[in-house]
Each structure stands twice: as structure tokens, then as C-alpha cells.
Ligand binder design. Structure first.
Ligand SMILES: [Zn+2]
Length: 317
């Protein structure tokens, strides 16, 4: 994180010295991550060009902004960031003071949820904090993976849009209602899938940015890592514990998250096979970022949640 701050200081100095490039970028809504980008384009449609700072395929938790990225934020009309460990430090310390709030509306997804819903402590998932906390660094930032939270963030983007572009209010209202309706439909599919399933336990041989999702649907889970630590190596005890859980609970699917190297899952699957248990590996999409191919195909948050429903159906039966 210190490296990011130092690089940012250099970048911001460079920004004001150069004050050049990228005059032709007409992106009006910028999100640091994929989920915010998709929510924004769902509401804005053709009225405002939306973009994300991550390149498709790039790891969210390793990201640091370029001078060009900072300029895109400063020149945007709406800037959406997560507000958690991934980006709150560089955004709130380095970017927000440079933003002209009369020209750029700023939305922190964590702030939206902490004001209207529950945020969870990554280290202590059973405790929820329903108001803003000084200990934001410890809170689970993956708020967008709950459909209820996704709806609140979509509403916040809609509110910002109608403030800056009242003329197109009817269009934004229509688009927002269509998006919320799609979220409600996928929510119903998830609930139906879970209620008609035989099991209620998900195994993630990977990072676990899905606390909000499992809490929303009362699912049990076990994972190689708490939250979204960027460490990709699991110790032998973790592999052993996951393997035991799979065999004891007759689990047929092990999940990894998108863009994962899957090393831990492959090891668990191999260990299970040695014990006579065949297990399948499936991707659960957590919408940090998406692959270049999925980006080129224009896949949406709703598309990925629908893929998740298919995988859930397989994993829970
Ligand atoms: Zn994460």
C-alpha cells in the first residue's frame, strides 16, 4: 500500500506538470471495478459513456492508477469506487481532495451500504456493522455480491445521474427500473434454486469475497482464505481441512473465483480423487473484474449471476 501512495504522489505531480493527454476521452462515468461499471452502464445506457479503470483480466487488488486514470477520474461526471481496503486509501487520501465536487459526483459503494444496509467484518463474519465505522480497513468490502446491496448501489447511481442530467430523467428511471427488475428476477432464481436443493454448503478452494452473498441466502461455506487475501498459497492444513469437508459432506463441486490460478482447487481435487471421491471445479463469478473475452462479449452482472445460479444448482444437489 505504501508503494501505491508513493507512486500516486509521483503520478499526481506528473498530472499537474503535464496537464495534457486524454482530452478526447468522453467517458463520463468511471468506476474503479467491474461491478460499479456494469451498474452504471445499466442505468446510463446511451446517455453517458461508462468505463472502468481496471483493464479486463487485471487483478483488482494489485491495481494502482496511472496518470491517465487519475485524469479520467478528475474529468468524470460520476466517479464510483468501492471504498474498502482495495481503493479507499488512494482514493480518499489522494484523489478526493483533487476532485471538483461541483463537477464530479462521488459514490463509495461501501458508504452506500453502510448507510442503508449491513457491512460485515471480514475477520468476524458473524458481526455486522450497520452504520459508518472508523475501522473501515477491517470491513469486508465486497458489498456488491449481495443482490440487495446491488439494488441499493444502482439506486445511488440513478440518484446521481438525475442530479447531473435532469433532462434525461425519464430514460434513467426506465433503465434503473429494468435493471432492478432483472436483479429481482435473478434473486428469485437463486432463492428457488437454494430452496429446492438438497445441500446448503459451498466449498471455495480459493479466496472468499462472497460473505454478503452467503449471508443473504443463509448458505454455509468453507474457504481456503478469509475474504480476499491476495496470497494464493494455502498451507497443507488448509488443503487437508477442505478435503475432509468435501468428503464428509459428499460435496461434488469445488468453487474457484474468476481469473483464479486454481492451484489450491486442483490440489484438493487431486487429493479427493486419491481418496476415491470425484469432484468438479466450477467458477463462481464475484465481479471484481472480468476476462478480456467476457468483456468483449459485453457480459453483465446479471449474466454472471445467472451463470452462478447454474453452478449453485450443480453444487447443492
Ligand atoms: Zn476482493
Amino acid at each position: 500500500m505504501k508503494k501505491i501512495i508513493i507512486s500516486l504522489f509521483i503520478f499526481i505531480c506528473g498530472l499537474f506538470i503535464l496537464s495534457s493527454c486524454n482530452k478526447n476521452d468522453d467517458t463520463k462515468i468511471i468506476s474503479t471495478s467491474y461491478a460499479g461499471y456494469d451498474f452504471a452502464r445499466g442505468v446510463a445506457k446511451d446517455n453517458k459513456k461508462c468505463g472502468m479503470l481496471l483493464n479486463p483480466g487485471e487483478e483488482l487488488h494489485d491495481y494502482s492508477p496511472s496518470i491517465n486514470d487519475i485524469e479520467r477520474i478528475i474529468n468524470s461526471e460520476i466517479f464510483i469506487y468501492i471504498g474498502g481496503e482495495s481503493d479507499s486509501l488512494w482514493v480518499e487520501k489522494q484523489i478526493l481532495p483533487e476532485i471538483d465536487k461541483s463537477k464530479t459526483k462521488v459514490i463509495s459503494m461501501m458508504d452506500v451500504i453502510s448507510k442503508k444496509g449491513n457491512v460485515y467484518d471480514e475477520e468476524n463474519p458473524e458481526s455486522s456493522i450497520s452504520s459508518e465505522s472508523d475501522e473501515e480497513e477491517e470491513l469486508d468490502e465486497h458489498v456488491w455480491n449481495s443482490i440487495t446491496n446491488a439494488k441499493l448501489i444502482v439506486e445511488a447511481i440513478y440518484e446521481a445521474l438525475i442530479e447531473i442530467d435532469e433532462v434525461n430523467m425519464a430514460s434513467y428511471l426506465y433503465n434503473k427500473d429494468v435493471y432492478i427488475d432483472s436483479l429481482n428476477k435473478v434473486d428469485t432464481k437463486i432463492k428457488d434454486t437454494i430452496s429446492s436443493s438438497k445441500k446448503d454448503l459451498l466449498i471455495f478452494a480459493d479466496r472468499f469475497p462472497l460473505l454478503y452473498f452467503v449471508k443473504e441466502y443463509n448458505l454455509k461455506y468453507d474457504a481456503a482464505f478469509k475474504g480476499c487475501e491476495t496470497a494464493h498459497e494455502a498451507n497443507p492444513k488448509t488443503i487437508e481441512a477442505l478435503t475432509k469437508k468435501v468428503i464428509d459432506n459428499d460435496i461434488n463441486v469445488i468453487f474457484v473465483i474468476e481469473l483464479s490460478e486454481s492451484n489450491i482447487a486442483d490440489t484438493v481435487i487431486k487429493t479427493c480423487k486419491n481418496d476415491g471421491k470425484d469432484v468438479k471445479k466450477l467458477v463462481f463469478y464475484t465481479m471484481h473484474n472480468i476476462s478480456k473475452e467476457d468483456y468483449a462479449n459485453g457480459l453483465t452482472y446479471i449474466d454472471f449471476m445467472n451463470k452462478n445460479v447454474e453452478s449453485l444448482s450443480e453444487a447443492l444437489n
